[in-house]
Design a protein around this ligand. Structure first.
Ligand SMILES: *[C@@H]1O[C@H](CO)[C@@H](O)[C@H](O)[C@H]1NC(C)=O
Ligand SMILES: *[C@@H]1O[C@H](CO)[C@@H](O)[C@H](O)[C@H]1NC(C)=O
Ligand SMILES: *[C@@H]1O[C@H](CO)[C@@H](O)[C@H](O)[C@H]1NC(C)=O
Ligand SMILES: *[C@@H]1O[C@H](CO)[C@@H](O)[C@H](O)[C@H]1NC(C)=O
Ligand SMILES: *[C@@H]1O[C@H](CO)[C@@H](O)[C@H](O)[C@H]1NC(C)=O
Length: 167
């Protein structure tokens, strides 16, 4: 491959070098054989690849240690028999614990407040209803005490209602 390219590079010199009368190419006839000797060292760029490993460890190490600070939830109230009824409601889910509700809030864009409560509504469950809001509220806005008649004829009520606001 390299040998072939050397031949191609030297080929014009040979072709134009034969007629010495040619004015434009006559100057290249002399140094032509000397340049062919310097072609060999050029196709060895493998030594320059050694440079790349030096940049690998210095860039990854600082970024992996920068762990995001988890938001802090401050308890607004605990164990009320009423749920929040106020603006800023985003969505809700069912969870096992208040900690699960905190994780849910962190997964919802704009959530800064949670209200986790046990809605006793005829279904046999200890799951907590986890309602999340984009605005923090307080106990004066916990006015939902249930009172809805369920399909089984029972009337629901709220217990163990916890509220937390992101600091
Ligand atoms: C990166 O690796 C080189 C060679 O292993 C080492 O000398 C250097 O201290 C390392 N730099 C960092 C920031 O770890
Ligand atoms: C939670 O509230 C209920 C109803 O008011 C009460 O019976 C219970 O003792 C309270 N639990 C705690 C841990 O305060
Ligand atoms: C409610 O569920 C628990 C366990 O899942 C069970 O032991 C209990 O008997 C159930 N109570 C009713 C009223 O269905
Ligand atoms: C509770 O929230 C209401 C409505 O935002 C506000 O008017 C009231 O001052 C708050 N109470 C406390 C104790 O922060
Ligand atoms: C009330 O919630 C707390 C956690 O906030 C939990 O430990 C407790 O078992 C719950 N009580 C009832 C009766 O659901």
């Amino acid at each position: 491959m390299h040998f072939f390219s050397v031949i191609l590079a030297a080929l014009p010199l040979v072709v134009y070098g034969v007629p010495q009368r040619a004015p434009t190419t006559s100057r290249t006839v002399g140094p032509a054989p000397t340049t062919s000797n310097t072609v060999r060292p050029t196709p060895t760029p493998s030594s320059t690849i050694v440079v790349t490993p030096t940049a690998s460890n210095s860039t990854i190490a600082p970024t992996s240690t920068a762990a995001p600070e988890p938001p802090v939830f401050e308890v607004v109230f605990r164990n009320l028999t009423a749920a929040i009824n106020a603006p800023g409601f985003l969505t809700f889910t069912l969870v096992d614990t208040v900690a699960d509700c905190e994780s849910f809030c962190n997964s919802v864009e704009g959530c800064v407040f949670l209200n986790a409560f046990n809605d006793v509504n005829g279904k046999n469950t200890t799951l907590l209803t986890c309602s999340v809001y984009d605005t923090c509220h307080n106990a004066t806005e916990a006015t939902n005490v249930g009172g809805q008649t369920e399909p089984d004829g029972s009337v629901n009520f709220i217990r163990n209602s916890t509220a937390e606001c992101k600091a």
